[in-house]
Design a protein around this ligand. Sequence first.
Ligand code: NAP
Length: 288
Amino acid sequence: MTTYGFLGIGIMGKAMVENLLKARFSVNVWNRTGSRCAPLVGQGAVQYQTPAEVVATSDITFAMVSDPAAAEALCFDAGGVLAGITAGKSYVDVSTVDPETSAKIAKAIQDKGGRFLEAPVSGSKKPAEDGTLVFLCSGDKALFDDAQPALDVMGKKSFYFDQIGQGAQMKLVINMIMGSMMTAFGEGLALGDKVGLEMGDIIDVLAQGAINNPMFQLKGPQMANGNFSPAFPLKHMQKDMRLALLLGDEHDQPLFTASAANSIYIKARQEGYAEDDFSASFKVIKKD
Ligand code: NAP
């Protein structure tokens, strides 16, 4: 039976490993802050001291870390992923990074005889808990097929795109749309509130129309109640907007709305909301 490794036990990683354990897979784990592995060890995971050890003792290792700098550190630092890669080992990076970072990691893994798949996810904390994430994959097709039992447990759908970098590009396009939708939603709620409408009524009216979506219905009541506990940390949303804008720049595609939304997320970070949910952009928009 396949043994899985998992590196990066944050909001997403923890929920994803819990689903692998529930499905009775063997899972080896590592996290930079080791104490965050404790709840998973209690459920049967085996904790290691370095990423290299996890890779060496697992058939397919997943990684779910913050950003491109974290993904590179995880791979290239002493005791990192690369140190554990030998022929036949497989590495699946599900973090959200830019296509260049993904390609750099892919080459390093392949140069050591390993297999690489990039597989960023669409979906947040709740879909991660429910096992309903959507994987946006590109890289080694045989690894995509071999990883399917784990992807099926953690997600509801896996897409495969031919070229390395396309999974990352798809993820950035999707999150850029989401980031802009959230700030537009926040402005609507703020304006409605200013003129004396009930935010709950605005959400109810939205629910009946063509622009309704699960995000408005999930986040709207929480925003109205001032609950910004993190499902998708705002600092990661701003990172995704930044990476999407860079992609637009590189490909000569103006991104008017996303540029404005990004400024709101930057301001929210400056005002101390980096660790809150990305819906905390509302706190920058709505001033009494
Ligand atoms: P998180 O809770 O902030 O977790 C981040 C993880 O990255 C932690 O395990 C952290 O370790 C680790 N990390 C950070 N810097 C590192 C470094 N230099 N070396 C090694 N590990 C490092 O974030 P998350 O919400 O789980 O998100 C993780 C990734 O998934 C991000 O790329 C995010 O954009 C993406 N994503 C998130 C969501 C969401 O809704 N949350 C949805 C889709 C995609 P420590 O515990 O030691 O800090």
